[in-house]
Ligand binder design. Sequence first.
Ligand SMILES: Cc1cc2nc3c(=O)[nH]c(=O)nc-3n(C[C@H](O)[C@H](O)[C@H](O)COP(=O)(O)O)c2cc1C
Length: 295
Amino acid sequence: MGDKKVPQKVILAYFSGTGCTKEVCDCFEEKLRKKGIDCKKINIAKSKHFDIGEADTLMLFSPVYAFRLTSITEHWVKNLPVVNNKSAIIISVSGGGEISPNTACRNYCKRQLKKKGYDVIYEKMLVMPSNFAVSAKEDLNISLLRVLPYKVEKIILDIIAGKKNLTSPKIQDKMLSIIGKGEHFGARFFGASIRASQECNKCGLCVRACPKKNIRMEKGLPKFGFRCMWCLKCIYDCPRKALSPRILKFTVLNSGFELSKMKQKLYHESGRTENRYNRDVLWQGAIDYIREDEY
Ligand SMILES: Cc1cc2nc3c(=O)[nH]c(=O)nc-3n(C[C@H](O)[C@H](O)[C@H](O)COP(=O)(O)O)c2cc1C
């Protein structure tokens, strides 16, 4: 069981575009602290030069984009300094769940972490509401938020017990995740095509919020460069809904994406435990995830 693998001091490193991965990371932080485990949380977008220092375990949290972890996460991991005798845990967060071809999403970062001297002891997919192209029904999204604390508790108990969880994706999923790297390139053009409509009140929120510093104010209007990573934060967070892309418009949910509203809904429905959503082929991964444990 290797007692030295039980984490004592943990760095929680996350990237989050629209808040779901941060929500997952916050939940881990709260529960780890309650168990007396020392935690420090860092935002990958704001921490270029990272050193794990005294901590024994690095927990990496990242959304899944095009069957991989986000480009900013992969870049950050690739630039980590080499370490000795440290553990790593990877938590991926997706809308679709641990289904094909998502299953290979952690592969690149797993390989890089091993190269840097980390012993990857645990990997897991958590499912959160999808912010991309097609939205799941509201009930399913609320249920995903409701089960999150139970899922996190289970993972923490596994880790404390020294249980390992390592997956081996199918070859076709590995191939598709290689093709998914094309998204890193496409993102640049998607971002550069975003324009502000007349609704824009020049508040500059998008400029400040962009994790890639890809937006600048020019003659009082936001202008978008070629560094976009497609996180959609600027579009969904704009208070006037003034931003939209000229290409690949279908990737942006017409209804917008506000995690805080979903959390409010969950709070008001906290007494209700039954799930009202039906069978849905598109969201089968998320439905199976909710049903795999009894809550
Ligand atoms: C550009 C982009 C690509 C995505 N690709 C996938 C994908 O391949 N598989 C999946 O299950 N979800 C995908 N998603 C959905 C996100 O993984 C999911 O909504 C996640 O909860 C977002 O996390 P965040 O709120 O921390 O940014 C994608 C989202 C974006 C913006």
